[in-house]
Design a binder for this molecule. Structure first.
Ligand code: HEM
Length: 172
């Protein structure tokens, strides 16, 4: 991975990003704004499943309202994330926090896709049975905590030394 990061950092695109110091902070700012889109939409859908908000709407209506925000925010996070990886490959690809974060992003995204697909196919069962089950409410809280963990790991990329010898990140 170190060799790949070294190779990537010498590509013309990476050198262009590195030589324009405003790119990374600007992209990171957009990344942070998009986080609000993910956390906000997952939080609102969780509150509807816990019947703590949005009772005037069905679960399907709430998901139809916030689902697109989640999808678009994830697209923006993917694009801005890739720009930051190309611009600072060693900082990201050698960080244990980065890979743990990506693992949780894949899990969180898979849960979101499977949930929306199941809701579309079995809406009456979701609205009358599943939404009232405590295990489903528990899963909604766990899903939200997965995305909160992604945020913490995203921030820890800059402090990857906290993992001690597990981290292969270059010491600053
Ligand atoms: C979808 C794919 C994603 C990629 C490829 C990605 C990649 C990155 C990269 C490369 C950084 C820069 C780390 C640094 O240099 O310090 C970063 C920072 C961060 N990311 Fe992501 N990310 C993604 C999704 C997400 C998601 C879904 C969240 C939260 C819901 C998130 C939260 C954060 C946070 C909180 C930071 C730290 C920002 C800062 O300290 O300024 N990321 N991400």
């Amino acid at each position: 991975m170190t060799q790949f990061a070294e190779w990537l950092s010498q590509t013309s695109l990476s050198l262009a990003i590195q030589s324009h110091e405003w790119v990374i902070p600007t992209v990171q700012s957009v990344h942070i704004i998009a986080i609000a889109g993910v956390l906000g939409s997952v939080f609102m859908i969780m509150l509807r499943i816990l019947v703590r908000a949005g009772r005037d709407q069905t679960l399907a209506q709430t998901t139809a309202r916030f689902g697109p925000w989640l999808s678009w925010a994830l697209c923006v996070l993917m694009v801005t994330g890739v720009v930051m990886i190309v611009g600072e490959p060693a900082r990201q690809l050698l960080a244990l926090s980065f890979w743990l974060k990506m693992g949780l992003v894949v899990i969180g995204t898979a849960v979101a896709v499977l949930f929306q697909r199941s809701l579309r196919r079995h809406e009456p069962h979701w609205e009358s049975v599943l939404v009232n089950q405590s295990r489903v409410k528990g899963l909604a809280v766990v899903t939200f905590l997965v995305w909160v963990s992604v945020v913490v790991l995203g921030r820890l990329i800059a402090y990857d030394y906290v993992w001690g010898s597990w981290s292969t990140a270059l010491k600053q």
